[in-house]
Design a protein around this ligand. Structure first.
Ligand code: NG1
Ligand code: ZN
Length: 536
């Protein structure tokens, strides 16, 4: 069957702006007015991908996460709920850059021929969007592509990114032994709340957690989730939702949200938190979360992705031991070079767990985490989750506890496997996980912070002529090009006590990022500035 004519006609409605597009770590992301042709073409690719995957549903998420309100973006979700397989990213880029409608049809047909895709096979897509004003128009572009390729589709309207990932996995595993949950938004809340109640059985939450939702889709979705959760008095947790205004588009990610808090190292100015109050911030599509509080000396204290990773790894390790499973389950942690060196040291020396360092980008961390029985991965910015291998799940499910305390630990561990989103980092799921752990340990955020002390660090963004000349090795920790740059960085780093620094080209911005750590704040700042001088 040929879709040539239908694609040609539909493509005419979505002319391509003169610009080069690239499917990067976060799909395509840019000013929303540049996106109609991109979203249309991503729709064509989603149809092809579904056909290639025997008619399994592919997800399309329209969001630009923590970017400003005028931006938008689009990314694809593979049948099992993970990100688009890397070998297909160049196809997305090729589609987006086809110069004419005819060339686009040619690319589309070329892909079908080279990958032996049967265009008569069924194609299915499910999609959703965040709260941006440009979302509905971009959805129309997507639907034009799905119609032109005779693709069945379901519009889930407003969802967080992880909710769409959840739905993709549920849709494709329905009726199989790998069934993940009910194929509905309600199913998502039910799965999380059931697991949460089970995990809280032997724990008691303290105080209230205030959650800043970046004025994004996380706001209404967290409000909905709260309806399914018991309050603190009922054995659950008290959640206060703030920054949940999705009706004024300009407020999205403005002066609030996880990215603001992490990069500015301060609470949202609107925060009314008193010293010691437990606070968290989500990003615009609710796949990232960071915690923070104001200490007794009025200092802002951040508990970022590294802290969540160490907290989760320690807790799961303890549960493994208490349930008598320690020898059967290997736990590992996956980080990027941006993880604070103190967290790496804590995981290795105190938790005694193996660590793997991968390049920046969740897809790398996710794949690396799959190699452990229990793989904990978080980027420092708060995006991450914990993956349980099929073998780990089976081991946990079939384990016979030898005592009531083993049985309790096993029940909590089992609940954790259900509570933690297995498809992708999920701020709502991570929020509940952290709340469960703090409740079990009877910890406030200051107790959590006291587990280790971060090394002073500094991240700077350097504008360069051409960032493509920066090539790296060793999980982006060393530059291979430009020549001699790494030798100069090494020489500098050697002059600082506890110095560590690296430079790499950003995958999402036209810049090079320099990260530095040293024994003192002043030295970290100084080292970062000097390394920035080398790459400039
Ligand atoms: P780049 O621009 O490649 O550094 C940034 C973040 C990543 C990741 C991606 C995707 C830092 C230093 N980098 O990547 O962690 O989240 O965006 O959103 O925070
Ligand atoms: Zn996000």
């Amino acid at each position: 069957m040929s879709f040539d004519q239908q694609i040609l006609e539909a493509s005419k409605k979505h002319p391509r702006p003169a610009r080069i597009f690239a499917y990067g770590t976060a799909g395509f992301r840019m000013k929303a007015d540049l996106l109609p042709s991109v979203v249309f073409r991503v729709g064509l690719l989603a149809a092809a991908r579904s056909r290639k995957m025997n008619g399994q549903s592919i997800g399309v998420m329209i969001t630009a996460s923590h970017n400003p309100p005028e931006d938008n973006g689009v990314k694809l979700v593979d049948p099992y709920g993970d990100m688009l397989e890397a070998t297909w990213e160049p196809h997305a880029t090729a589609f987006a850059n086809a110069k004419t409608d005819e060339e686009l049809v040619e690319e589309f047909n070329k892909l079908h021929t080279s990958l032996k895709i049967n265009s008569s096979a069924p194609a299915r897509v499910i999609y959703a969007r965040d709260t941006r004003a440009s979302g509905p128009t971009l959805v129309d572009c997507l639907v034009d592509a799905l119609t032109a390729t005779n693709t069945e589709y379901t519009d889930y309207k407003l969802l967080t990114t992880p909710q769409l990932h959840y739905l993709v996995r549920c849709t494709n595993t329905k009726g199989t032994q790998y069934e993940y949950g009910d194929v509905s938004e309600t199913g998502y809340y039910e799965k999380l709340s059931t697991a949460f109640k089970q995990a809280m059985k032997n724990a008691k939450s303290k105080g209230t957690i205030t959650v800043d939702c970046a004025n994004g889709v996380g706001g209404p979705k967290l409000r909905e989730l709260v309806k399914y959760l018991p309050s603190q008095a009922e054995g659950g947790v008290d959640i206060k939702v703030v920054n949940e205004d999705v009706h004024k588009p300009d407020n999205l990610n403005s002066q609030c949200g996880a990215d603001f808090v992490k990069t500015q190292q301060r609470a949202p100015p609107s925060s009314k938190a008193a010293p010691g109050d437990r606070c968290a911030s989500l990003d615009g599509d609710a796949d990232r979360i960071v915690y923070y509080f104001i200490d007794e000396d009025s200092n802002f204290r951040l508990l970022d992705g590294d802290r969540i990773a160490t907290l989760a790894a320690a807790f799961l390790g303890e549960l493994g031991e208490k349930s008598g499973l320690a020898s059967k389950l290997s736990i590992g942690v996956v980080q990027t070079a941006y993880a604070n060196g103190a967290s790496t040291k804590f995981i290795t020396e105190n938790l005694k767990l193996p660590i793997q360092c991968t390049p920046t980008g969740v897809k790398y961390l996710h794949h690396a985490a799959q190699r452990f029985d229990i793989g904990v991965y978080f980027e420092a910015n708060g995006h991450g989750t914990v993956l349980f291998s099929p073998l780990a799940l089976k081991t946990i499910a079939t384990h016979e506890p030898q005592s009531p305390s083993q049985a309790d630990a096993l029940a909590t561990l089992t609940a954790a496997t259900e509570l933690i989103n297995q498809t992708v980092g999920d701020a709502l799921s991570d929020l509940l996980l952290v709340e469960v752990i703090l409740a079990h340990k009877a910890w406030d955020p200051a107790n959590w912070l006291s587990t280790y002390t971060d090394y002073p660090n500094r991240l700077v963004r350097v504008e360069v002529g051409n960032r493509n000349v920066f090539k790296t090795e060793d999980a982006e920790r060393r530059l291979t090009e430009p020549k001699h740059a790494q030798a100069r960085i090494d020489e500098l780093v050697g002059k600082y006590t506890k110095g560590r620094s690296f430079a790499r080209a950003s995958g999402t911005e036209d810049a090079v990022r320099v990260y530095a750590e040293a024994a003192t704040r002043a030295e970290a700042d100084d080292l970062a500035q000097k390394v920035a001088g080398i790459v400039k």
